[in-house]
Ligand binder design. Structure first.
Ligand SMILES: [Cu+2]
Length: 140
């Protein structure tokens, strides 16, 4: 009788070990699955930002509005140059001259705004939605 109980206990133990092992395996598979899912989401996000702007950063005479900042924050061009701003953020920004020389109004996600700088000078601007976003254009 005693031996039988011991055997039964042992078989229960091994069964529960199997269950624990199986649920651990499922948990690991779930974690791996969610990891690969989130990394693919990241990839598609990166694809979106790269899609409109080509590969990575802003080109010549181009400013990205990205991560609540103007990139580059200072740009130097010659008179007659047109600068294009592209909003890479998901939220609305503006390109607003501190002296009201130019004002884009609201630029939505992936929206662009262009302004031609006809005369030499230093032109600081900001985002009217986020006044801490400041930058400047120097025209020679
Ligand atoms: Cu802004």
């Amino acid at each position: 009788m005693k031996i039988q109980i011991k055997i039964m206990k042992k078989s229960v133990d091994s069964k529960s070990r199997l269950l624990i092992g199986a649920s651990l395996l499922v948990a690991v598979l779930l974690i791996l699955n969610s990891c690969s899912k989130s990394s693919s989401y990241g990839m598609s996000g990166m694809g979106n930002t790269g899609g409109t702007g080509g590969t990575g950063g802003p080109g010549t005479n181009e400013v990205f509005i990205q991560g609540m900042a103007f990139n580059p924050s200072t740009i130097t061009v010659t008179a007659g140059t047109t600068i294009t701003w592209t909003n890479k953020d998901a939220i609305t920004h503006t390109v607003t001259s501190d002296t009201k020389l130019f004002d884009s109004g609201s630029i939505g996600a992936n929206g662009t705004y262009s302004f031609t700088f006809a005369t030499a000078g230093s032109f600081s601007y900001h985002c009217s939605v986020h006044p801490t976003m400041t930058a400047s254009v120097t025209v020679n």
